[in-house]
Design a protein. Sequence first.
Length: 307
Amino acid sequence: KMAGSSIPWIGSAYLFLQSTSKTVVLPSLYESSQKKPSVFRALKLALADSTGSMNGVDMLKVYCSHPHLIVQLKFCRQENCRRFLRSYREGALQKSLQNHLQLSLAMSTVPLEMELKAGSEHLDNMLKDEDRCLECIYREKPDRLRDEEITELEEHLKSLTVHQSINNNVAVKDCAPLKSPSLPYPSQGSSLPPQGTFIFQGQQFDNRTITLDDHQKFAKLVSKKWKQVGRSLQKSCRALRDPVIDNLALEYDREGLYEQAYQLLLKFIQSEGKKATIARLIAALEENGLISLAEELLGLHSNEDCS
């Protein structure tokens, strides 16, 4: 049996990555001090996509073994490992990582081959037997703590997100507006001060105020994670401090998830006014692994969906 009820489920695996393009050599990119943060960011976001959480799987170390980039992974919950295995088996992880590398490195395409191993076992040969894969991963306990370099890259990634959030959130922290705006969204003709820009997946975007269209898409797509996003937003928004979010959940319980999410964002917009920017919302979505929703709000899906 894999684990007793009192023992946390922990396992380890190695993800082997190789680009099939002669012009893209992943180990060389990772060894470059300039490109390393971009490659790490892509890995982090793709793994978050695969488990649905930024903390669903840990990277302990990244090895450069030409032509492979090898990532040592640590799983702390069986459910997260199952989600990862399904994403890997269905090709979703591969596609996600290709997309994130393409955006982070500003390349036209980054074709990848992947292989998954746990100890001497090649998991690619047994992917249809999920329980057997889990057994192999569970048997391989992590043999090291997280590498110092990974910790530094994690901190660098967090500081970038926080820096963007602070830049777009000057003097907001404890300043509730004296009057709530009568209309939550600015009119098209209003002369707002320039909000600057922010970076998402290696691309630059205008930091506009949240629109009605953003609001409706968020409420429709965020599903059960609306509370987690609210708790990320509450760090810089007094109007969402406890117990406001739990009260919203109770108050709009009968109306369902759409209305709960809608009311959460409405409270944020009415409280923050012109400072309720898309960058702050995107940062909260990223923090909770909701990368696809962030891409949707920024219009990154529209071209692909038309094909």
